[in-house]
Design a protein around this ligand. Sequence first.
Ligand code: PGA
Length: 247
Amino acid sequence: MLIVANWKAYVEDIKKAKSLVATSKKLARTTDVSVVLAPPSPLLGILAEKNKSKVAFSAQDVSVTTGGAQTGEATAQAYAAAGATYAIIGHSERRAKGDTNELISQKLAHAIAHGLTPILCIGEQERDGEGRYLSVVREEITLAIESLMPKERAKVIIAYEPLWAIGKTAAEAITSADLGEMVLYIRKVLAELLPGKSSGHSLVLYGGSVEPGNIRPLAGSSGVDGFLVGHASVDPAAFSLIVKNLI
Ligand code: PGA
């Protein structure tokens, strides 16, 4: 199982960041769960320097630019140099600030070009009775990865994060049955876009109010390969419980 801790902008000081890293390193050492931490970018540079532990680091986004006279931008190459090996791309909080499917597709290409494993966030705003949310999910995946070469498409991790489930509590997150259906649907879409049987190796994660109270049922029968955890990932006790409940 893969757990990605999306710290968003919750962590703003190095002391707290270092203590969360220490907790995660211990979890990674004592369990077989793979832990990826996505700190705010200035902190990532400090935390990931010379990292040799089992914990990996992720950018929360990468710039659409490849560098040059672009004040304020943080490129995929700079993240890779800082020690990141993953990059979250297309998070709904970035889409809300203007990331279109086209920009997201370019960001994926930059991430891959610099050796970062992209974690592509997709997910519908709301669930309707007619299944239109399925087309939203299909479209977001297709537009993001269709311009990549087939072997690049296979590198993309999909994080299904329905907007209606983000930033709530376990009780308001998705049910295991609904998640199971969506995971199957995402795998079907990937099978249409990836060569041969390679989509069978693609990782599909879930994110949206993952907490200690719902991780077990969600992991149990849904077929997901892991989780993207937001608010609960910056609470060391909750994060430890999430990882331990997966074992
Ligand atoms: P949440 O955030 O766990 O706080 O719902 C998840 C995410 O937005 O990645």
